[in-house]
Design a protein around this ligand. Structure first.
Ligand SMILES: Nc1nc2c(ncn2[C@@H]2O[C@H](COP(=O)(O)OP(=O)(O)OP(=O)(O)O)[C@@H](O)[C@H]2O)c(=O)[nH]1
Ligand SMILES: [Mg+2]
Length: 325
């Protein structure tokens, strides 16, 4: 994703600088991470077709003239059941609390399909999650920006009705219609967010796009590949940990990672016949990591069963999530 205009290499602005936080909230799968990557112009947050991909708030830095917008990609907000769910949803709301601007991203296609009473269960669930986010915003007494996403998938004439219906809830100050996937409308949204940033010094160096420890970023890239490859067979039960990250003599990075699954029966799913699936995951992750790190990545993957990873305090601390919610 390099086609978003960025201020990289541009001369330092003459006027006063601005900087602040803009949080992107929304139901799982609305396209929040896709939007953050698009606004930043680089891959900072992983994207899959699976709901609940993002597990903790991820920051990405976007530049727009004299303004620096620190985007906070948050986990999807939904009705939480397990401990990890509760921690994710709590962190999403917390990400919004401290931000100068909040964008509620809504999957326009899911909303429209759900409103007809038809569509998949996933669409109805997404629409239900949108309603509870609206309720949450009402309770918080907070007005936010509405962004209708995935407009590449819907007829334009349906969008106006949808935006009016949502606007009537009173929790939105303005509305944008975008496609995070193809970039349509994103420039306008970015300009608006830049205008909302308060005057002040930049919070990150101008050329920095991500704010995630490299070991964690590397683990996230591999988790994305696991999800992309086995998302149907492995509902929600994998974690990836970088266990070693060392320099190699050729200037590359040697990265050792463990993929944790919750059941013995899931190990062969990740390995695949003759180890083919794990090989695919490793190859794709290594390719991405080499690109992101800008130097050769040598990746070594192991699969382990750890039934309790989702109930271990240490795992939450590593991701900056609250264990006790
Ligand atoms: N057609 C279309 N697909 C999109 C658009 N934006 C995102 N997607 C797709 O929607 C799916 C979910 O995207 P993500 O960016 O992972 O969504 P998310 O809101 O971060 O999801 P969670 O992290 O699970 O809450 C992916 O398959 C994306 O490719 C869009 O504008 N148009
Ligand atoms: Mg996400």
């Amino acid at each position: 994703m390099t086609d978003t205009p960025a201020a990289e290499g541009a001369p330092a602005p003459a006027g006063p600088t601005r900087a602040g936080f803009a949080a992107i909230i929304g139901a799982p799968n609305a396209g929040k991470s896709t939007l953050v990557n698009r606004l930043v112009g680089a891959k900072v947050s992983i994207v899959t077709q699976k709901v609940q991909t993002t597990r903790f708030p991820v920051k990405g830095v976007a530049m727009e003239g004299p303004a620096q917008i620190v985007l906070v990609d948050t986990p999807g907000i939904f009705s939480p059941r397990r401990r990890l769910d509760r921690a994710m949803v709590r962190s999403a709301w917390a990400g919004a609390e401290d931000a100068e601007a909040v964008v509620h991203l809504v999957d326009a296609q899911s909303e429209l399909v759900a409103a007809t009473g038809q569509g998949r269960a996933a669409d109805r669930r997404a629409a239900h999650d949108v309603t509870s986010i609206v309720d949450g915003l009402k309770t918080a007494g907070r007005q936010v920006i509405l962004a209708l996403n995935k407009i590449d998938l819907v007829k334009r004439d349906q969008l106006l009705g949808l935006s009016e219906r949502l606007f009537a809830t009173g929790v939105y100050s303005e509305a944008f219609m975008i496609s995070a996937a193809n970039g349509s409308g994103v420039i306008d949204l970015k300009a608006r967010l830049a205008g909302m940033m308060p005057q002040g010094p930049w919070l990150y160096p101008e050329d920095q796009t991500a704010d995630l420890p490299v070991r964690l970023l590397a683990a996230e890239i591999t988790r994305e590949k696991v999800y992309l490859r086995v998302h149907e067979e492995l509902p929600y039960a994998a974690a990836v940990e970088t266990t070693a990250f060392t320099e190699t003599r050729d200037g590359g990075a040697r990265i050792e990672q463990t993929i944790y699954v919750e059941r013995e029966s899931q190990r062969p799913i990740v390995l695949g016949r003759g180890g083919q699936t794990l090989k695919w995951i490793g190859e794709h992750s290594r390719k991405d990591l080499t690109e992101i790190l800008g130097r050769p990545a040598h990746l070594f993957l192991t699969v382990k069963v750890r039934e309790t990873w989702a109930d271990e305090r240490e795992f939450y601390a590593d991701l900056g999530l609250d264990f006790d919610v």
